[in-house]
Design a protein around this ligand. Structure first.
Ligand code: FAD
Length: 373
């Protein structure tokens, strides 16, 4: 018997396992493939940004800002986070007006934010296109090596006694008397004392529905990441996004540029991987060149669309319990921006599972927001 079974060895599964083991519980993590094989893995780095986020997620980011710089020390790992600041670029008068309003909102919710005008912006990012008229800047935003972070959580959890089994899928969960009692894999029946937590991202909706829960309003996207061949020099100094263009730019090791922002590939369910779409690759590159003209002719070394992510109908996560099952929690619908908030969400979820008390920070993410009764 074990206190908790967690399904999924991405950042959420590993971080919640660590959080529960620190609270004194025995935990098993089941991972179908290997740690950081899906959304928490793949090339490049992830943005740890508050800038441009839904206001419901900003209270999580005010806490996350203080957690990220020293998280590696707590996990006993090398540094995987870098605070570089994020610039959200603006190109039209309407975008500037909307950004001034957003800046006010972010500041009021505790996120340090500044409007940056043309001249100052040129000093910060000399190679930007002349068409960019300003930016909304969050100096406390940064980037993290996602695979290294996830592995660090897994390592710290295992050092606390968590049993993490890779290549092992949860097949079903038995519920008796309104409680999850057993988790079935191909090889064993795991008897559960305190609870089960579904953190399998793109698979959660189906798993919740199979247990008699609601059909969650989510869909799965395989988001595109382009990694350039090494450049002579990188044109950018910050994490860069754009309010009107689908593009996000990050510096990576070896003078490589990571280009992403929300373009998707086509998911091949039989092969369990994504297939690149040429139009999406070209579209993403052309948005990058529109922002930094010196990138014209950039050579792309890697196109990655192999990492499915659940996206919710209102673009913020769904974190809750399964109705009529007292001890079954789930988190999904991270909507392409679940990374930055992961340490805070995972710790709050571990606190909820441990205490049985739902946590204030997670209340905006209840499934109840989609229902009228
Ligand atoms: C390309 C891309 C770019 C992103 N960029 C950013 C960014 O810049 N900033 C940001 O904040 N967020 C970003 N995100 C989002 C962030 O990376 C994810 O929200 C986060 O990694 C989700 O973690 P997870 O643990 O829920 O999911 P995953 O890492 O997908 O882990 C779920 C795991 O569950 C396993 N699993 C599934 N079914 C079963 C089963 N039946 N039994 C056992 N195991 C199972 C899977 O194999 C998988 O390893 C990005 C996501 C992607 C894909």
């Amino acid at each position: 018997m074990v206190d908790y079974v967690i399904v999924g060895g991405g950042v959420y599964g590993c971080a919640v396992a660590w959080g529960l083991s620190r609270r004194g519980h025995s935990v098993r993590v089941l991972e179908s493939n290997h740690v950081a094989s899906r959304a928490s893995g793949g090339p490049g780095r992830r943005g740890v940004r508050a800038n441009g986020r839904d206001p419901r997620e900003l209270p999580l980011m005010t806490v996350a800002y203080d957690v990220w710089p020293t998280l590696h020390e707590e996990l006993g790992a090398e540094q995987f986070y870098e605070r570089v600041g994020q610039l959200l670029l603006l190109e039209t008068p309407d975008q500037v007006s909307a950004a001034i309003a957003r800046c006010r909102m972010q500041e009021a919710l505790g996120i340090e934010s500044h409007m940056v005008e043309r001249d100052e912006l040129r000093e910060m990012e000399p190679e930007l296109n002349d068409t960019i008229v300003g930016a909304l800047f969050c100096p406390r935003d940064g980037v993290a090596d996602h695979a290294a972070t996830t592995r660090a959580y897994a390592g710290a959890a295992m050092a606390m006694g968590v049993e993490l089994t890779e290549g092992c899928s949860m097949r079903s969960i038995e519920v008796t008397g309104g409680r999850a009692t057993d988790v079935m894999t191909d090889d064993e029946r795991i008897v559960v004392d305190r609870g089960v937590i579904l953190l399998s991202n793109s698979e959660v909706a189906e798993q919740v529905h199979a247990l008699g829960g609601p059909l969650l309003p989510v869909w799965n996207g395989c988001f595109q990441v382009l990694m350039s061949e090494p450049l002579e020099s990188l044109p950018l100094r910050h994490l860069v996004g754009h309010v009107g263009r689908t593009v996000s730019l990050k510096a990576d090791t070896g003078n490589r540029l990571m280009i992403s922002g929300g373009w998707t590939g086509a998911w091949d369910a039989a092969a369990q991987t994504g297939r690149p779409r040429q139009a999406a690759v070209e579209g993403n590159v052309s948005e990058a060149v529109a922002v930094y003209p010196s990138l014209a002719g950039i050579e792309i070394g890697t196109v990655d669309v192999g990492h499915l992510e659940a996206v919710s109908a209102d673009d913020v996560p769904i974190i809750d319990t399964v109705p009529h099952v007292d001890n079954l929690w789930f988190g999904t619908g991270w909507s392409g921006h679940g990374w930055a908030i992961a340490p805070v969400v995972a710790d709050s979820l571990a606190a909820w599972c441990h205490s049985g008390q739902s946590q204030e920070l997670l209340s905006p993410f209840s499934v109840a927001r989609f229902h009228t009764n």
